[in-house]
Ligand binder design. Structure first.
Ligand SMILES: [Zn+2]
Length: 660
C-alpha cells in the first residue's frame, strides 16, 4: 500500500484541493466537499473495516515501529528494554513454532477448567483467569476513588459478554438474530478446534449463549453507563458478600493477590445480584463451557492459524465487514504496544518525536485554554457562582504532551523467545498486578492511560487532565511547520474537544480535583440540560444506514466536545492571527482554511458492517456527523463560507445550539 511507504518526515499538513469534491457545495455537505476527493482516492484496504485519517497516521507509525522492532529482535547486545520488546516480538513472529505447538502451551489451563469439581471453586479460579485478563463474569481493577481522587480503590463492574454490547443479545431485527446465530456457531467452532466433538461443541455453545444472555439481561445499557454517579457504588467486602451470598469474595480476592482491598466500587450492584443467581441456576458443566469459551476467545490471537482465522471470521468479518486478516507483523506489533507499550514507546519517542513538536503543541494548548477561559467569563447562560467554579476547574486542568516524564518499570516482567502465548499471558498477569497493586495507594498523577505511539487523545475526569500522545501529534492533525489555520483547525479542534470533555454531560459532574462533586447551581444545570437536550435531538435525527439512527443520548458527550472544540479552536486561531497577514492562500481565507483543515480530522471510508457496529456500540458519531454536526451549529462557519439561511449546513435559530 502506497501510504505505508511514506515516512512522517516527508508528510506535511496543508490544505490540498485534490481532497475536495467540488461537485458538492460547502453549504450543502461540507464533509463531502472537503473530503470527497480524498475519499474517492482512498478505498478501504481489505484488512480494515474502515479507512480514515487516524488509520493513515497509524499506518505511518506502524512502519516506524516495525523498524524499531526488527532492529530490537536482531540486536546483538540489546539493552533491557530492547531485549524485552525484541524477544516478545520475535516470539510472536515465529510462525513455525506457533503452528507447531498449537494448543499445547495452554492445555494446563484447559485442564484446570475441566477439573473444577464444584461451583464453590469458581471464585478462586475466576480470580486466576482475571489475572490473565480473561474477561469472564465481571471486571475487576483499580481506579482513583471518584469521591477522593488522591487515593486508588478497588473497582468491579458488569462484564462477561462476548458480543460487543448487551443490546446485541436482545435486538429483534433479522440482522441481529443472524449475528447471534453466527456467534453461537463461532463458539462451537472454537470448541471443535480445541478438540471437542461437534455435537458436544454445539450444545456447549448454546449453554454459553444462555448464560451470557442472563448476564446481559442484568447489564445496564450504554446510555445508563454514562451517568458516573449512578455507576459509583462503594461498599465494604462484607456488604458485597451479602449482595452475592454464593460467591466467596475472600477466595476471589486471595486469588488476585488483594486479600484486603477496603471498600470496593461495585459499579452496577444489580448485575452482581444476577451473576450470583446464575451460580445456583446454571449447572457447573455450563459454567465450565463458559470459562473454556472465555479462555479460548481471549488467547485466540496468540495461538496457531486455525484459532486466529476463526476469531477473525467472526469479530473481523461478520461484525466488522473486514475482508482479510492484517499482516502478522502488524498484529504482533499491536500486541507489543498493548502489553508493553511504555517500553516500545521509549524507543519510539527517542527516534520519532522531535522536541519542537512538544513546544508547539504546548503553545497551542495554552491558547486553547485562554480561549475557553475567556468563553467561560462571558458565557451568557451560566450564573456567577457556577461560572467561578468552572473557571477554577479549568485553571486546575493538567496537560500531558508526547510521553510520560517517568517510564513504567518492566524489570520484573519475564519474556523469552517462546512459546508466544505464554509470553502474552505473563505480560497480561504482570499488567494485572500493576493495576491491582495500586489499590489503597495514593494515585500517581504522572501516569499515562495511553501509550506514546497511540493515534488518539483523552480527557481523564478523575485527574482533570488532557493527554496527547506523540502518535497523534503528526500531519495532517499537527505539523510544527504548518501555519495557524491548518494547526488550529485540526489538532486545535482536538485539543478543544478534550478540554470540553471536562464540561460535557459526564465531565461536568467532576470538580477540578477530579472528584464527583456537584459544583453547579440548579439554574445553570437547567440551562445546560436544555442545551444538551437539543444536541441529543439533533443527533437522534441523523440517519446513518437504511433506517439506523445515531444514538443522541450515548453520543452526547462527544458531540458536545466536538461542538465546543471547533468553536474554541476558531477563537484561539483568531487571536493568534491578530496582527499577522490575513492574505488568502490557494484562494481561501484563513477562516476557510481553518474549517477545511477541521474537516480533514473526520475523513473516512467505512464498510457498512463496521459502521453499523460503531453506531450500535461507540459513543463517537461517525466522521461525517462529527464534521457536519458541529459546523451546522456554528455562525463562524456560516460566515466563512457564506452559507445562506435554509441551507443544510445552517440550522435555523430555533434549532441552533451553542454550549461552550
Ligand atoms: Zn472525545
Amino acid at each position: 500500500m502506497a501510504i505505508a511507504l511514506l515516512l512522517a518526515s516527508s508528510v506535511h499538513a496543508d490544505i490540498d484541493p485534490k481532497n475536495f469534491d467540488t461537485s458538492v457545495k460547502p453549504q450543502d455537505d461540507f464533509y463531502q466537499y472537503a473530503n470527497g476527493g480524498w475519499r474517492k482516492a482512498n478505498p478501504i484496504p481489505a484488512a480494515y473495516s474502515g479507512w480514515g485519517v487516524f488509520n493513515e497516521i497509524d499506518e505511518r507509525n506502524k512502519v516506524e515501529l516495525h523498524t524499531i522492532l526488527d532492529r530490537a529482535a536482531a540486536a546483538k547486545n540489546p539493552g533491557f528494554i530492547e531485549k524485552l520488546v525484541g524477544d516478545f516480538y520475535a516470539s510472536g513472529m515465529d510462525e513455525k513454532a506457533i503452528e507447531a505447538v498449537g494448543l499445547t502451551p495452554v492445555q494446563s489451563e484447559l485442564a484446570q477448567i475441566a477439573g473444577l469439581k464444584d461451583i464453590s471453586q469458581l471464585p478462586a479460579f475466576l480470580g486466576h483467569l482475571h489475572l490473565l485478563r480473561v474477561g469472564a463474569g465481571f471486571g475487576f481493577s483499580s481506579e482513583p476513588d471518584p469521591s477522593n481522587s488522591t487515593m486508588a480503590i478497588a473497582t468491579s463492574w458488569q462484564g462477561g459478554l462476548g458480543l460487543p454490547d448487551r443490546d446485541y443479545y436482545f435486538r429483534t431485527d433479522d440482522q441481529s438474530k443472524k449475528i447471534r446465530e453466527q456467534y453461537v456457531a463461532h463458539i462451537a467452532k472454537m470448541f471443535e478446534l480445541a478438540g471437542e466433538a461437534p455435537a458436544i461443541a454445539e450444545s456447549e455453545a448454546a449453554a454459553v449463549m444462555k448464560l451470557e444472555t442472563a448476564l446481559a439481561q442484568a447489564s445496564r445499557n450504554h446510555a445508563a453507563l454514562r451517568d458516573p454517579l449512578a455507576n459509583f457504588n462503594k461498599m465494604s467486602v462484607a456488604n458485597l458478600q451479602k449482595l452475592t451470598p454464593h460467591f466467596a469474595w475472600a477466595d476471589y480476592l486471595a486469588a488476585i493477590g488483594v486479600p484486603n482491598p477496603g471498600e470496593i466500587d461495585i459499579g452496577q450492584p444489580e448485575f452482581f445480584t444476577a451473576f450470583d443467581a446464575q451460580l445456583t441456576a446454571t449447572p457447573l458443566a455450563d459454567w465450565q463451557a463458559y470459562l473454556r469459551w472465555n479462555f479460548l476467545g481471549s488467547v485466540a490471537n496468540d495461538l496457531s492459524t486455525p484459532f486466529v482465522n476463526e476469531n477473525f471470521a467472526f469479530y473481523g468479518k461478520t461484525l466488522g465487514g473486514t475482508l482479510e486478516l492484517q499482516e502478522r507483523w502488524k498484529r504482533i506489533l499491536g500486541m507489543v504496544n498493548g502489553n508493553m507499550g511504555e517500553a516500545l514507546g521509549q524507543l519510539y519517542v527517542a527516534e520519532y518525536f522531535p522536541p519542537a513538536s512538544k513546544t508547539r503543541a504546548l503553545e497551542l494548548v495554552g491558547n486553547l485554554r485562554a480561549a475557553l477561559r475567556e468563553r467561560l467569563q462571558t458565557l451568557e447562560w451560566m450564573d456567577a457562582p457556577t461560572r467561578a467554579a468552572a473557571i477554577k476547574k479549568l485553571d486546575a486542568l493538567n496537560v500531558k504532551i508526547g510521553y510520560p516524564d517517568k517510564w513504567r518499570d518492566y524489570s520484573k516482567l519475564v519474556i523469552d523467545r517462546g512459546p508466544f502465548v505464554l509470553n502474552a499471558l505473563r505480560a497480561r498477569e504482570f499488567n494485572s498486578h500493576y493495576q491491582l497493586n495500586k489499590i489503597g495507594q495514593p494515585v500517581d498523577r504522572a501516569e499515562w492511560g495511553m501509550t506514546p505511539p497511540t493515534v488518539n487523545a483523552y480527557y481523564n475526569p478523575n485527574l482533570n487532565e488532557i493527554v496527547f500522545p506523540a502518535g497523534i501529534l503528526q500531519p495532517p492533525f499537527f505539523d510544527a511547520k504548518a501555519d495557524d489555520p491548518v494547526n488550529y483547525g485540526a489538532i486545535g479542534a482536538i485539543i478543544g474537544h478534550e478540554m470540553t470533555h471536562g464540561f460535557d454531560d459526564q465531565g461536568r459532574q467532576y470538580d477540578g480535583a477530579g472528584n464527583l462533586h456537584d459544583w453547579w447551581s440548579p439554574a445553570s444545570t437547567a440551562m445546560f440540560k436544555e442545551r444538551t437536550a437539543r444536541i441529543i435531538k439533533q443527533f437522534n435525527d441523523y440517519t446513518v444506514l437504511d433506517n439506523l439512527h445515531l444514538n443522541g443520548e450515548v453520543t452526547q458527550g462527544e458531540n458536545i466536545a466536538d461542538l465546543g472544540g471547533v468553536k474554541l479552536a476558531y477563537a484561539a486561531m483568531e487571536k493568534a492571527l491578530a496582527g499577522h497577514s490575513r492574505e488568502p492562500r490557494g484562494g481561501f481565507t484563513p477562516e476557510q482554511r481553518f474549517f477545511l483543515s477541521f474537516a480533514t480530522n473526520w475523513r473516512i471510508n467505512e464498510r457498512p458492517e463496521g459502521l453499523r457496529q460503531q453506531v450500535l456500540t461507540n459513543e463517537h458519531s461517525p466522521g461525517r456527523f462529527r464534521a457536519n454536526g458541529p459546523l451546522s451549529n456554528l455562525p463562524e462557519f456560516w460566515q466563512a463560507f457564506n452559507v445562506p439561511e435554509g441551507a443544510p449546513m445552517r440550522r435555523s435559530l430555533a434549532d441552533q445550539v451553542t454550549i461552550w
